[in-house]
Design a protein around this ligand. Structure first.
Ligand code: SF4
Ligand code: FES
Length: 369
């Protein structure tokens, strides 16, 4: 068993945006009992003792936590590299300056498209302009900036414009992440899946821009696994190098694993070290012993770890099956049919997107807001 390298600290699932591709859990009401500041500081110390080096402060919208500066200072004091994953709504100049002074190392800002009308429509609220201003502030204060854009059928045709915007705001890194179909995005899968032709065109643009900006900007393109022959090596293997702590203190190997029928583990009940080493949620799919055929005898089993457990569960109802994305999976037809439908001439152009309901309300037991 390795030590975890990265901690995803999901500080809150509250969020001012309502993106239809959101992969956070559907049952957000179950996460209102958020960890208090001292609990997060204890989690960070336990994570550091366990070997964690990088801490991604995420959500929902982490800026909705009034104690964010204190949490960043705690992580920084432990020597952790801190990355704020944010929509940037709520990143005022005074707040940004306090985060800078607390030692925040890196900022990742999501944007939904290259221009206001489309971006605001996808985000569910007017937000584009504030995001652009926040990116300017991040650069002015000297942080490295990652611009993150989730790609799908409704914005992938504008990937050239997205890259141009990233260049214009001075992003050091742009992450073009094709939608992963968990949480709310799963509900919208058929409306979000791009066509094969859209993907082909986007890849040409990405390749050319990556080459052109080689010295100036890192262009990361996360391919849509529904179109791959093999699945992604999700999380670098189950409970191998990453762990997630949810707003209420549940510990998971990945952010989507709350949907799996596995016993809960919580930092409110057990030390992180014991959870990492022994809890059933961590050990269930660690390594390769759990694998069924065809993974068990496949030469790629140490490369992709049989793919994504959460995707296998969503598609087949059994988390221990081969990820149906793999063309060798006996369930591959489930993915092939979705891809076929996305590319069919008969597909209606205007499949409706179900917007995620807003969740920015503050739990009543926490001070401030
Ligand atoms: Fe990966 Fe399993 Fe497919 Fe082999 S059969 S490529 S291990 S998912
Ligand atoms: Fe949970 Fe892939 S998202 S294992």
């Amino acid at each position: 068993m390795d030590s975890p390298f990265g901690l995803l600290a999901e500080l809150t699932y509250r969020c001012p945006l309502a993106c239809s591709y959101c992969s956070n859990p559907l049952n957000m009401g179950d996460y209102q009992d958020e960890l208090a500041t001292d609990e997060w500081l204890r989690v960070l110390a336990e994570a550091s003792d366990l070997g964690v080096l990088q801490c991604h402060l995420s959500g929902g919208e982490p800026l909705l936590r009034r104690d964010l500066v204190e949490i960043v200072a705690g992580a920084h004091g432990l020597g952790l590299y801190t990355n704020l994953v944010t929509s940037a709504l709520g990143l005022s100049r005074p707040r940004a300056e306090r985060l800078r002074a607390a030692g925040l190392d890196h900022v990742q800002i999501s944007i939904q498209a290259h221009e206001a009308a489309l971006s605001d429509r996808i985000a569910g609220i007017p937000s584009f302009q504030r995001k652009i201003e926040a990116m300017g502030l991040v650069k002015e204060l000297g942080w490295p900036l990652t611009m993150n854009v989730v790609l799908h059928r409704h914005n992938i045709d504008r990937v050239a414009d997205v890259l141009e915007l990233a260049e214009k705001v001075g992003a050091d890194r742009v992450e073009l992440a094709n939608t992963q179909y968990y949480g709310w995005a799963w509900r919208n899968r058929d409306a979000l899946l791009p066509t094969r032709a859209q993907l082909k065109a986007a890849e040409v643009v990405v390749r050319a821009t990556r080459e052109r900006l080689r010295e100036r900007m890192d262009v990361v393109y996360v391919i849509p696994d529904y179109y791959s022959r093999y699945p992604k090596p999700c999380m670098g293997g189950w409970a191998s190098r990453q762990l997630t702590v949810t707003p209420n203190g549940d510990v998971l190997p990945c952010p989507a694993a709350q949907s799996l029928p596995l016993p809960r583990a919580s930092v409110r009940e057990d030390p992180l070290e014991r959870i990492w080493a022994e809890s059933p949620v961590m050990t269930a799919f660690r390594g390769t012993d759990w694998m069924p055929e065809p993974c068990r005898s496949c030469p790629r089993r140490e490369l992709d770890y049989g793919g994504c457990r959460c995707q296998a569960f969503l598609l087949t109802g059994d988390a221990a099956r081969t990820d149906p994305v793999c063309h060798l999976s006996p369930d591959h037809d489930l993915v092939a049919r979705a891809v076929e439908a996305a590319n069919a001439d008969s597909r209606p152009d205007d499949l409706p997107l179900i917007p995620r309901p807003h969740r920015a309300r503050r739990p009543t037991h926490l001070p401030g807001g």
